[in-house]
Design a protein around this ligand. Sequence first.
Ligand code: GDP
Length: 301
Amino acid sequence: MLTFLSGGTGTPKLLRGMRVFLGDAEISVVVNTAEDMWISGGHLSPDIDTVMYLFAELLNTDTWWGIADDTFITHDFVTRLGEEEYIRIGDRDRGVMIVRGEMLRKGLTLTEATRILCTRLGVDASVLPMSDTPVTTRVEIPGGTMHFQEYWVKHRGMVEITGVRRVYEEPPEATPAVVSALADSEAVILGPSNPVTSIGPILECGGMREALADAFVIAVSPFIGDAPVSGPAAALMRAWGCDPSSAGTFGLYKDFVDVFIQDVRDPVGVPGAVRCDTLMADRGKSVGLAGEIMRIVEGRG
Ligand code: GDP
C-alpha cells in the first residue's frame, strides 16, 4: 500500500496517474481538512470531496473541485434570496455537504462520515481526514484575519497577507486510521500540494511527524522557480516566513523526507533532489510522473 498526503489539486492530479499502477484499494490518502467550513447548513470539506470524487469518477477535472456536469440551481436561488454564498456549490455537491453535515450533527466523526460516503459512492481507496477535530487555516491581513476560503475564493487572493494562523479549540491529532495507514505503507508520498495550507496542517497533527520519521517518504515540489504551478502558494509561503520555491518547500520537509522530486525545468537547485517532469498538464503527464515515483518505490524494495 502507498499513502499520499493531499490537498485538493496537485496531489489529486498525481493520484489520477497512480491509479494506472495501483488498484484503488492499495491507495490511502490522508487529506487536509483545515479548509473545511459550514455553508448554508451543509459541511464543506473541499479537499476530501475532490479526492473522493476523483476515485468515484465524479470529479470535474477542469477545475479540480466539484462534480462534473453539476447544476447550480440551488446556489443561484439561495443567492437570489439574498444570502451570500461566495463559494459556488453545485447541486449534487451540496447533496454531499448536506448528508455529511447531518452525520456530523448526529455525532459521527469526520472519519466515519467519510468512510460511509466513500462506501456509498463506490470508492475503494481509503480516504482519511487528517484529524477528527476541527482546525481552520486563517490568513492574517492588516487589522484582522479571514478564513482561507474567503481570501482565496471570495477575494481571489487579491488581499495583502501578513501571516498564516491555524485556529482550533483542541490541538489536532492524527487519527488512529491515519497512523496505521502510515505504518502499513511501503512509502508515503507528499504530492505537489500547497506546503502551507494543504500539507502543513497535516504535518501539524499530533503524531504525524513521528510516523513520517519511520516511513520511506517521497515529496514532490509544487514550485518551479519562484512560482507555484498554480494557486496562491507563493504569497502563503512568504507569509509563513519561507522562500516560495522548491528550496523553501524542501526546508519544511527535510526532517523526514527521503527522496525530494523537483521539476526538470526548475532553476532552483535542491542538492540531492531527483529531477522529473512534474507538470501534470494532462492525464498522460500524471501517469508519467506516477510511473517515475513507482520506479523509486520499487527500486528500494
Ligand atoms: P488546493 O487544496 O486546491 O490548494 O490544492 P493543493 O494544495 O493540493 O495543490 C495546490 C498546489 O498544487 C499548488 O501549489 C500548485 O503549484 C501545485 N500544482 C498544481 N498542479 C501541479 C502540477 O501539475 N505539477 C506540480 N509540480 N505542482 C502542481
